[in-house]
Every structure is written in C-alpha cells, then in structure tokens.
Design a protein around this ligand. Structure first.
Ligand code: NAP
Length: 250
C-alpha cells in the first residue's frame, strides 16, 4: 500500500482557525485534500479562510463556538459532523495567553487560560471521540507549546494548561490506541502570529538567540508538523509530542 500525505476524502475540524496557526493548519490540510470545519469564537472571522479553502475545491464550514464552553463545543462538533458526514481529524488549536507574574496573577486569568487551552481540548475530544471510536479510525492533534515542557516565568497559567494538555494527549493515546485513533501533540516554539507580535522587542531578540535555527517559526512550519501526524506518514506515531520549535527547547 502506498504511503502519502494525500488527505483526499478526509475531513478535519480545526479550532481557533480564524487566524494564526489554526488558519495555516486548516489551509494546509485542505491543500492536502481534506474538507475542513473551521471553529472560532466568531464564525464570520473564519470567512476568509473558509473562502480560500473553497477556492482549492474543498468543502469548508465556518462555525462559531467558545471552545471552553462544553455545550457550544458539542453543538459545533455536531454541526460539523452533520455537514461533513464524519470527522477523521481533530486539531485542538485554540489557545490564549494571559501573562503575568505569579504573585500578581488574577484567579480569572488562571481559570480562563486553563479553560480555553486545556478544557477546550477535552470538550472537542469528548464531542468527537465516540464517532471516531465507532469508525475505528481517527487522528487527534493537540497544539501545545514548548512552555508546557520548560515552564516560563510570567506564564504559570499557560505552562500549567499546556503541560496538562500533554497529559491528556498521552492518556487518550493509551485509551484509544486499540481503536486505531492516534493522539499526539505538536509543541510550537516561538511562532510569528498576533499572539507573539505584542511581545516587547527585547523579549523577541532574546528568544531568537535561543533558537538554533536562528529564526522564528511561521504558522506554516507548525502546519507541516500537523500534516505529518494527520497523514499516512504518521500512522504509527501516537502519544508523541512533536516539537516545532527550531530546536529551542532541546
Ligand atoms: P492567535 O494568533 O492568537 O490565534 C488564536 C485563535 O484562536 C484566534 O482566532 C482566536 O479567536 C481563537 N480563540 C481564542 N480563544 C478561543 C475560544 N475560547 N474559542 C474559540 N476560538 C478561540 O494564536 P496562535 O499564535 O495562532 O496560537 C495558536 C495555538 O498555538 C495556541 O494554542 C497557542 O497556545 C499555540 N502556540 C502558539 C505559539 C506562538 O508562538 N504563537 C507558540 C506555542 C504555542 P479571536 O481572534 O476571536 O480571539
């Protein structure tokens, strides 16, 4: 049997797909042949990405949901299943930061970061795992962060949520392996998106110096790692954390 990155006939759901890394992942999966459901807080914000996917000749469904809200996540997953027929690939990408030194970190900033980055993943896995187990096939890819491995001053909430995501990933890989569902995480390093754009120049320069490849990553760099795990090439990889970080965290 040939092995390829061809995703023709496959369907995917990507959260946080309106911009940044999620948008690049949605487009990359569509370029490989997949039909894609794009989920973001505001469905209209997914419009341009959905249009680009349709221009590629693939189906695109734009859905609005707060991933942290179980009912909204379940409803969006149901809509995506109804519109696309089934879902082969789930990419939990939606994430936020609310940085601050721990002694000044507000309780709501801890709760919200955990709710979006960690519980959001639980919500969509819970909503779609049953249909994947019935189909005895599926790919779940969670977008974590190198900060979940290394920790970072000023990001205790984010590091905790992303580390939790790695534990969730490995546990689901063990539970679903027998059903032919792989569950992996991609841990980006410093990627040029709106999330990192706001950082002070000196922080950016310090970060760049710590990257062996000598450059910040692009959303497309992360999308390539996701495509590998979603494709036939990644068929025997599960419970893995794939660093897409230019060597930053090794
Ligand atoms: P981004 O540019 O800020 O985009 C995040 C997207 O997620 C936005 O479209 C945002 O919608 C959406 N979103 C936020 N909260 C949501 C919610 N509750 N429900 C649904 N959608 C929501 O971020 P990014 O840099 O592309 O990051 C994507 C993922 O990569 C995140 O999980 C992040 O933690 C991770 N990551 C990023 C980097 C990096 O250097 N950029 C590094 C490591 C890991 P709105 O536009 O409405 O806010």
């Amino acid at each position: 049997m040939g092995v390829s990155i061809d995703l023709s006939g496959k369907t995917a759901l990507v959260t946080g797909a309106a911009r940044g890394i999620g948008r690049a992942i949605a487009l990359r999966l569509a370029q490989a042949g997949a039909d894609v459901a794009l989920v973001d807080l505001d469905a209209d914000m997914c419009g341009p990405a959905a249009e680009s996917i349709r221009e590629l000749g693939r189906r695109a469904v734009a859905l609005g949901a707060d991933v942290a809200d179980f009912a909204q996540a379940s409803a969006a997953a149901e809509r995506a299943l109804a519109e696309l027929g089934r879902l082969d690939i789930l990419v939990n990408n939606a994430g936020i930061t609310r940085d601050g030194l721990f002694l000044r970190m507000a309780e709501q900033d801890f709760d919200r970061v955990v709710a979006v980055n960690l519980k959001g993943c639980f919500n969509f896995c819970r909503a779609l795992a049953r249909s994947m187990t019935k189909a005895r096939s599926g790919r779940i890819i969670n977008v974590a962060s190198v900060i979940g491995i290394t920790g970072n001053a000023g990001q205790a909430n984010y590091a905790a949520a992303k580390a939790g995501l790695l534990g969730l990933t490995k546990s689901l890989a063990k539970e679903f392996g027998a059903r032919n569902i792989t569950v992996n995480a991609v841990a980006p390093g410093f990627i040029m998106t709106d999330m990192t754009e706001a950082l002070p120049d000196e922080v950016k320069e310090e970060s760049r110096k710590a990257i062996p490849l000598g450059r910040f990553g692009t959303p497309e760099d992360v999308a390539g790692a996701v495509l590998f795990l979603a494709s036939d090439l990644g068929a025997y990889v599960t419970g893995h954390v794939l660093l897409a970080d230019g060597g930053m965290a090794m």
